[in-house]
Design a protein. Structure first.
Length: 71
């Protein structure tokens, strides 16, 4: 698994997941419940992970749809 995206905005995670799902790429949201557990009110970033083989295509899909990616 490779990290595709890291953000504190859960709407970005939902949007990216929907885009990838529409293209047949499975994405896994990680750290979704961490802010609830530690009481930080959403200040911990969530990560979106994809299979190694899907990373290149997933990055291209998100960039084409205006999602800012690191690097």
């Amino acid at each position: 698994m490779k990290e595709l995206l890291r953000t504190t905005d859960p709407t970005v995670i939902a949007f990216a997941t929907a885009l990838l799902d529409g293209e047949g790429i499975t994405a896994f949201a990680m750290d979704v419940h961490m802010s609830v557990l530690d009481g930080s009110l959403g200040f911990l970033p969530q990560r979106l992970m994809v299979a190694d083989r899907d990373l290149f295509m997933a990055r291209a899909i998100l960039r084409d749809n205006g999602v800012d990616l690191p690097g």
